[in-house]
Design a protein around this ligand. Structure first.
Ligand code: HAM
Length: 436
């Protein structure tokens, strides 16, 4: 077979129907849990002015330095495909006067994002995140609530046991400033042992040296000055309360003083969900507090805290854990017919069953009965309703249990009633839920 003429762009994948079962399930869980927690949905454009990300995420971050899809628009403006969601949500918060709303404003999103990084396992150039942001208050209870919501979603998706919450505080601007200085001093004279990236980061973003994955850098980082010696009393107390609330929620966590995250907007709390598996490096999601971001974007000083998870990575964990997404495509009934009168009957019966939330398929073409039953098998229909000329004349229909292979003849006007009973109310309720 020759190669197809066109291929999807490198690092960008089709989401095929089987994969969509997982996407739909995750979206449904996220919508349900977020709504339940009082969050409202927001969608921002896939593209923003590049300065929004440069300013918001930080010029010296990997994402801004080398991972953005940047281009010049027809009118000469520098644009970027959004690499993440927080900067756009904060822009929208300010642009749409959400400061006037009762605070905090709680928003969630489920969207595609774009990063021009080297494609590898769990890393794509177009990927999807669900995320939530709480803007307008800086109570440590909110940090814990955001983490609780993320944990609750992980539980619903069946991956909570596979993941471990890693948490740290990186303090406020003041205490972090003092710590940064201590770090830079520590690394003086050790530059030669650092990897190329860390050498570059040393003056621009020294905190990132702490979570470098290169062996030599990790050894140096493990004996670097600890933030706990620089943290101010206020940030210390704030962090202690976040942990206390997590204990109250009974969410297990690992305190990780080396966790700093790759975005400059964070203050105080930072956290990630990691795989418990040895050697696994990819976090499924991460977040933290960003008390300086709104002001950085030109607003009044306004605190915020949020989280985002990668949908593709979450699906990977679900699959690894043997979790199958429930399929809303489960076919309950296949209606097979032969001859014009039976065909007319099938054409009215099919939409009636669908209205009731019974997932129904039928072959309205000219296929033979054998071919139609073959289709019913192929779609794994639970039941088939079979009607030919005789059944129509006698006001009857044949109902066939496709798994058992048994069948019975029933009066046509009882078809719906019999099907509802055979399928069971609970199955129909589930189906209706999916149809929401
Ligand atoms: P992030 O850690 O950059 O945080 O991304 C969150 C999650 O998105 C990651 O843990 C990962 O699962 C997924 N992800 C990131 N890049 C890729 C990629 N190239 N391919 C596949 N999945 C990826 C943020 O984006 C912050 N905005 C989170 C946040 C919200 N902080 C506060 N509010």
């Amino acid at each position: 077979m020759s190669a197809p003429l066109f291929q999807a762009v490198r690092g960008m994948n089709d989401i095929l129907p089987d994969e969509h079962l997982y996407f739909s399930f995750i979206k449904k869980v996220v919508r349900h849990r977020c709504r339940q927690a009082g969050f409202r949905r927001i969608t921002t454009p896939v593209m923003e002015n590049v300065e929004l990300f440069q300013r918001g995420l930080g010029d010296a971050t990997d994402i801004v330095e080398k991972e953005m899809f940047v281009f010049t628009s027809n009118s000469g403006k520098r644009m970027a495909l959004r690499p993440e969601g927080t900067a756009g949500v904060v822009r929208s918060y300010l642009q749409n006067g959400m400061q006037q709303l009762p605070q905090p404003v709680e928003l969630y999103y489920i969207e595609p994002f774009f990063r021009y990084s080297r494609p590898q396992k769990g890393r794509f150039r177009q990927f999807h995140q669900f995320g939530f942001e709480v803007i307008g208050e800086n109570d440590p209870a909110l940090d814990a609530q955001v983490i609780y919501l993320a944990h609750r979603i992980n539980q619903d998706l069946g991956v909570a046991d596979k993941l471990q919450l890693q948490i740290n505080t990186i303090g406020c601007k003041e205490c972090r400033g003092a710590y940064r200085e201590a770090l830079v001093n520590y690394y003086i004279g050790k530059e030669r042992s650092l990897c190329g990236d860390c050498k570059n980061r040393l003056n621009r973003n020294p905190l990132r040296l702490l979570d470098c994955k290169v062996e030599d850098c990790r050894i140096l980082a493990s004996i670097a000055p600890k933030f706990e010696n620089s943290i101010c009393d206020k940030c210390k107390a704030f962090h202690a309360l976040v942990l206390e609330y997590l204990d109250a929620f009974q969410i297990p966590y690992v305190k990780n003083p080396q966790l700093v995250r790759g975005l400059d907007y964070y203050t105080n709390t930072v956290f990630e969900f990691w795989s418990r598996k040895e050697g696994a490096q990819n976090a499924t999601g991460g977040g933290g507090r960003y008390d300086g971001l709104v002001e950085l974007m030109g607003g009044q000083p306004t605190p915020g805290v949020g989280y985002a998870a990668g949908i593709e990575r979450t699906i990977e964990y679900m699959k690894e854990s043997g979790i199958r997404a429930p399929s809303k495509d489960k076919v309950h009934v296949f209606v097979a017919q032969l001859g014009l009168p039976a065909k007319k009957r099938a054409m009215t019966l099919i939409p009636k069953l669908r209205e009731l939330g019974i997932y129904t398929l039928g072959a309205i073409g000219k296929a033979s009965m054998k071919a139609q039953m073959g289709l019913a098998d192929k779609f794994k229909a639970q039941y088939a309703i079979i009607m030919g000329q005789i059944e129509v004349q006698e006001e009857k229909a044949i109902i066939r249990d496709m798994t058992k292979g048994s069948q019975e003849i029933i009066p046509y006007d009882t078809v719906i009633e019999v099907l509802e009973k055979k399928l069971g109310r609970d199955k129909l309720e589930t189906h209706r839920l999916w149809e929401e």
